[in-house]
Design a binder for this molecule. Structure first.
Ligand SMILES: Cc1ncc(COP(=O)(O)O)c(C=O)c1O
Length: 376
């Protein structure tokens, strides 16, 4: 099946008891046995399994042409499941330019638990190779990176991980469907499904996807079941509905972001635009070789530093001043405020999640805000 078809059909079937075309929401936490004490269905108790979660996991797996998808109550719970599948004493490699919440999780929870962590720029293969230790078990990638939109060469990092007997993980939250890490050799794809997969800024969720069942995947499944950070049936249902339009949304987010990035890149009030779709991005060629489109996320640094950035924020009308990403509405944030104390980038940086409004309206909003900035 093509992704557009799988996004609509995988995981669903006509409900045999009602004929409902849309999967009904099953809120029951427990599932009965018959007079012979045999379970009536495959379900026992909702933390272990629920029809809506099963449908969602089947659809997510089909979307990645994978065998297994394991869903969680948030992206960070999914990240935690991956980290928990390791053992105390294991060493992992991460990048400083990645979602800061995973770095904080490692710092506050997993270093105490005995994981050893090296932070290296994963766009630099020599730096990764130099960081390898005898017990390196995992290399964590996030590409395009958050918030500097750097590109990691997934094929090369996955190959390196495999040479040393480690696994390669990719947080693909920014790029569902437009980047297929499993096709490039990555072992585990992780998502905050709160973002593009949910797509409407109205649910929290996370997922881990693997092409094969294996021991590590089993440990992640156990963590889901025993750890208990599972998504509710309603959130699974919302996500299943949202995935149906994910292919078209990702194309439209990418088109709009490209238009806005091109406009901002030529504007005299803007110092830098970080967007991998621009031919001027230093790793545009690498991005084009591993992405079908460049996604809806970009960062800009205006001339005039933090003061100018905050002024622009205050003038925009269509962009909500809010963190997060991947919804139909455009969002903008002063990223250093959000990452308070963890930021490793310019405090002029504004991160933009380009929504599905008409791109001319988004550009006009910025044009006006930048004119007002110049006039001030
Ligand atoms: C790239 C990335 N990964 C993981 C997460 C964590 O996801 P959640 O907020 O669903 O726990 C986020 C959240 O912003 C993110 O942007």
């Amino acid at each position: 099946m093509h992704p557009e078809t799988a996004a609509i059909h995988a995981g669903t079937h006509i409900d045999p008891s009602t004929g409902a075309v849309i999967t009904p929401i099953v809120l029951s936490t427990t599932f009965a046995r018959n007079e012979q004490n045999e379970l009536i269905s495959e379900f026992v108790y909702s933390r272990a399994g629920n029809p809506n979660r099963k449908a969602l996991e089947e659809r997510l797996a089909a979307m990645e042409q994978a065998d297994v998808a394991i869903t969680f109550s948030s992206g960070l719970a999914a990240a935690m499941a991956i980290l928990h599948s390791l053992s105390p004493g294991d060493h992992i490699i991460i990048s400083p330019d990645m979602y800061f919440g995973v770095r904080v999780q490692l710092e506050l929870l997993y270093k105490r638990w005995g994981l050893q962590v090296s932070e290296v720029d994963t766009t630099d293969m020599t730096a990764i190779a130099a960081a390898i230790r005898p017990h390196t078990r995992l290399i964590w990638t996030e590409t395009p990176s958050n918030p500097l939109v750097k590109i990691t060469d997934l094929r090369a990092v996955a190959a390196l991980a495999h040479r040393i007997g480690a696994v390669c993980v990719c947080d693909n939250t920014w790029s569902p469907l437009i980047q297929k890490p499993l096709d490039l050799g990555v072992d585990l794809v992780m998502y905050s499904t709160t973002k593009y997969i949910g797509g409407h800024s109205d649910l929290l969720g996370g997922a881990v996807i693997s092409r094969q069942h294996n021991e590590m995947v089993e440990r992640i499944r156990t963590f889901q079941h025993i750890g208990g950070a599972v998504p509710s049936p309603f959130e699974c249902w919302l996500m299943l509905r949202s995935i149906a339009t994910l292919p078209q949304r990702m194309e439209a987010h990418s088109r709009n972001a490209m238009r806005l990035a091109s406009f901002l890149a030529q504007h005299p009030a803007i110092e830098k635009v970080h967007y991998a779709g621009l031919p001027t991005h230093p790793q545009h060629g690498l991005a084009a070789g591993q992405m079908a489109a460049f996604g809806g996320m970009l960062s800009v640094e205006p001339k005039g530093g933090k003061a100018a950035a905050l002024k622009i924020l205050s003038k925009l009308k269509l962009f909500a001043r809010a963190t997060s990403l991947g919804g139909v509405e455009s969002l903008i944030e002063h990223r250093a405020t959000v990452e308070a104390g963890h930021a490793h980038f310019s405090d002029a940086l504004l991160r933009i999640s380009v929504g599905l409004e008409h791109p001319d309206d988004l550009i006009a909003d910025f044009q006006l805000a930048l004119e007002e900035l110049e006039a001030a």
